[in-house]
Design a protein around this ligand. Sequence first.
Ligand code: ATP
Ligand code: MG
Ligand code: FE
Length: 333
Amino acid sequence: TLILGIETSCDETSAAVVRGGTELLSNVISSQMDVHRKFGGVVPEVASRRHVERITIIVQKALEEAGVGRNELDAVAVTQGPGLVGALLIGVSAAKALAFSLGKPLVPVHHIAGHIYANHLIKPLSFPLVALVVSGGHTELIYMKGHNQFERLGKTRDDAAGEAFDKVARLMKLPYPGGPQIDRLALEGKPSYPLPRAWLESDSLDFSFSGLKSAVLNLVHNANQRKEEIHYADLAASFQDAVLDVLVEKAMLAVKKTGVNQLLLAGGVSANSGLRVRLSKRCKEEKIDLRIPPLELCTDNAAMIAAAGTYQFLDGHYADLTLNADANLPLIG
Ligand code: ATP
Ligand code: MG
Ligand code: FE
């Protein structure tokens, strides 16, 4: 199977060609990071306009780099949601137009399924497995017993992990996006500030990060009032340590509870160097087969959408031309 994937859910315009669900032939990503940085976050209208400007050329480039003619494609897969509705619409419209003109199936893909399938591009998934999804909008533990079969074991009750990173970074006056900045700063500091970990009920696989975010806010506020100096590298290290403690322990608990042998890391926060190191160490100790995407497949890209789309296509999950973008599309129906 030759699948073209299209992803425009947030601030990356991306198109990719994947063969057989695993073989990455091209993955063109046009990031809008520089455009949004001066606003301190993604501005939806600006993102949509930029997607419109870029999408045609990015699709063209993905086909060229793959050395694939559009008539050779088996289907066009596109992120239907979740994400910014205006941004999603650009990808959905482009995919519809292409699928219609080629007479090929249009395959809708859930963005988080994509993040999970990024791992499949490195080595085929082996089921059953647990995926720890940590991104800008999601923090979830997902159980899969086969392709396209998603069960939710737990999720965040408030902020997503990436959102917490970005908000705390903003508090520390670091530029957008904050996750990579905190990651970098944390390497230079020690986790010396005491910050809370939200374990919730014992045995719970849910998460909560808003208390931690408030604790950092209070700490900064109090220090400012008392005119005390804050050691920002130590604060970054302390915050990251608190997030990772919970992520790693809950992921290990999910693996134990379900008795699986494979753990996947997925989503933008998978790029975090501390998380990669700590999870690798724990999984080595516990003899769990851990998969972590390479950095370029951690954040938003169309290759992961093409990979996930391949199995939707093989299952015959096609959409017709009435397909609409869905900002709140659920992974589990
Ligand atoms: P979702 O996938 O939930 O729809 P999204 O697509 O906006 O949200 P991603 O692009 O998957 O999110 O990931 C972006 C998030 O990852 C941001 O919150 C960013 O700060 C975070 N992130 C990226 N790199 C790192 C890092 N090295 N350490 C921590 N967080 C990181
Ligand atoms: Mg992004
Ligand atoms: Fe994402």
